[in-house]
Ligand binder design. Structure first.
Ligand SMILES: [Zn+2]
Length: 458
């Protein structure tokens, strides 16, 4: 009886088993390279923990796709394009089947090719130019090594819930305004102006002999907990170390950031300082705890097809007047002369210049979806996306497990939801896309998810 059941089960599966490969390539820059993340120039003095490009390659019935995450604040479209081209050349995985995103670590290097801001904060230094020239090849190498590592594997997925780490950083204030990072115990705070997504997405890959191969983790919270002048992957460093302690050093932990444009780790209801390696380790540890709990209730993924679909969504520019651009250029000149204008003035200046430089040309935003079977799909969105938009995709997705990854492909800009635009403040002042752009990305993602669900259901 048992044999018959097994036989029937085997017969219902498609021909080739899932194959999975994984790899990590170090992308830590030299000391003296300018660091990203803030509106100031700071040069790195050393390394707390190395930065990596990490890749997982999936293969099913001869079709391949790659999931790649880099410990960087963002990636520029030209870097992604070149990394994909080199990876395709080396592996024959089609460039469009390669999903590349940044984790948003604020203790990585400045990434140039995104706009006026980075060039004002050390972007033209030769040490950074050299780094940027080599970066695409290193990202491609991670895909190449993961491809060479392919072996028969099983996959399982689950969604944990962690509510103590992430906070919406926009608040309704008593004066009727919407505050951004208003400060700890600020008596003028009324309530958060948006949502939080507690979902801890876990996808676990193991070999046929049950060897742990890789854990994919996605969570919606800014990686800006360390600060200082040493390279660090931020809280995913501790997350990876703890999971490796449990599952063995051969297991790769690949972390991607979910939609977290308006989400960070700052709890304004407590006066406790929340910066530095201690805080990063605390967050990484709590997150690892939730991943470990989620391991015990993972559902095996059915043996379905691997499918990829993407589209380019034109996103209109926000309105910027000639006077705005003049003002922006004056502020930028002050910054280059070593002055420190008010924070929101600097933010506004670079936005006005970047928008004007496009001469009316809309952004070409890439939305990409990778589905494995009928239960799980990854959605890659460009930019720093408000959490409500990612949650809308998850809620309406036909896949029970839908992972939304931000800071993939391009352009890199904040993407607030429609509702946030009239409220203003930092992310809206910074946004290089017009109101309604985020909702267009949601529509596109849902269209692609529905298409893949229709075509891929076994
Ligand atoms: Zn950010």
């Amino acid at each position: 009886m048992r044999e018959i059941t097994l036989f029937l089960l085997a017969a219902s599966l498609s021909a080739a088993p899932l194959r999975v490969g994984r790899a990590a390539v170090k992308i830590t820059p030299e000391p003296g390279t300018p660091m990203a993340g803030y509106y100031s120039t700071r040069l790195a003095t050393g390394t707390h923990d190395d930065l990596h490009a990490k890749a997982i390659v999936l293969e099913k019935d001869g079709r391949k796709a790659a999931l790649v995450a880099c410990d960087l604040v963002a990636l520029a479209p030209n870097v992604i394009e070149e990394a994909r081209r080199l990876a395709e050349k080396a592996t024959r995985i089609p460039a469009g089947n390669i999903m590349i995103s940044a984790t948003h670590s604020h203790t990585g290097p400045v990434i140039t090719g995104r706009g006026s801001r980075d060039s004002a904060y050390g972007g033209s230094l030769p040490v950074l130019k050299k780094y940027m020239a080599e970066l695409p090849a290193r990202i491609a190498e991670s895909v190449q090594l993961a491809n060479a590592d392919l072996r028969a594997a099983r996959a399982a997925a689950g969604i944990g819930k962690e509510q103590s780490l992430a906070f919406n950083r926009r608040f309704h204030m008593k004066d009727g305004s919407v505050g951004w990072n208003p400060g700890k115990l600020n008596p003028n705070i009324l309530e958060p102006a948006g949502a939080v997504d507690p979902g801890v997405h876990v996808v676990y890959f193991e070999g046929e002999d049950s060897t742990a191969l890789a854990t994919y983790v996605n969570y919606s919270c800014h990686l800006d907990t360390v600060g200082g002048v040493e390279w660090s992957a931020d809280y995913p460093y501790t997350l990876s170390s703890i999971l490796a302690n449990v599952k063995g050093g051969g297991m790769l932990t690949l972390f991607t950031i979910g939609t977290a444009g308006n989400i960070n780790h700052v709890d304004v209801s407590s006066k406790k300082p929340q910066k530095g390696h201690e805080e990063a380790a605390r967050i990484g540890t709590v997150l690892a705890g939730e991943v470990l709990k989620t391991y015990t209730r993972l559902s095996p993924l059915s043996d379905g097809a691997l499918a990829v679909k993407s589209e380019i969504v034109p996103l209109a520019l926000p309105e910027v007047t000639a006077a705005d651009v003049d003002r922006g250029k004056t502020i930028e000149a002050e910054i280059r002369a070593g002055k420190s204008p008010k924070f929101l003035d600097s933010v506004f200046a670079f936005k006005a210049i970047d928008v004007s430089d496009r001469q009316g040309k809309p952004h070409e935003a890439e939305v990409q979806v990778i589905a494995l079977g009928s239960q799980i799909a990854w959605v890659a969105l460009p930019g720093e996306v408000f959490v409500e938009l990612g949650m809308a995709i998850k809620k309406a997705s036909p896949f029970p497990s839908t992972i939304v990854v931000e800071l993939a492909h391009g352009p890199t800009t904040y993407i607030p939801d429609q509702r946030a635009y009239p409220q203003g403040n930092y992310e809206v002042v910074s946004a290089r896309v017009a109101q309604g752009s985020g909702e267009k990305l949601v529509e596109s993602a849902l269209r692609l998810l529905a298409d893949l669900k229709k075509s891929g259901t076994p």
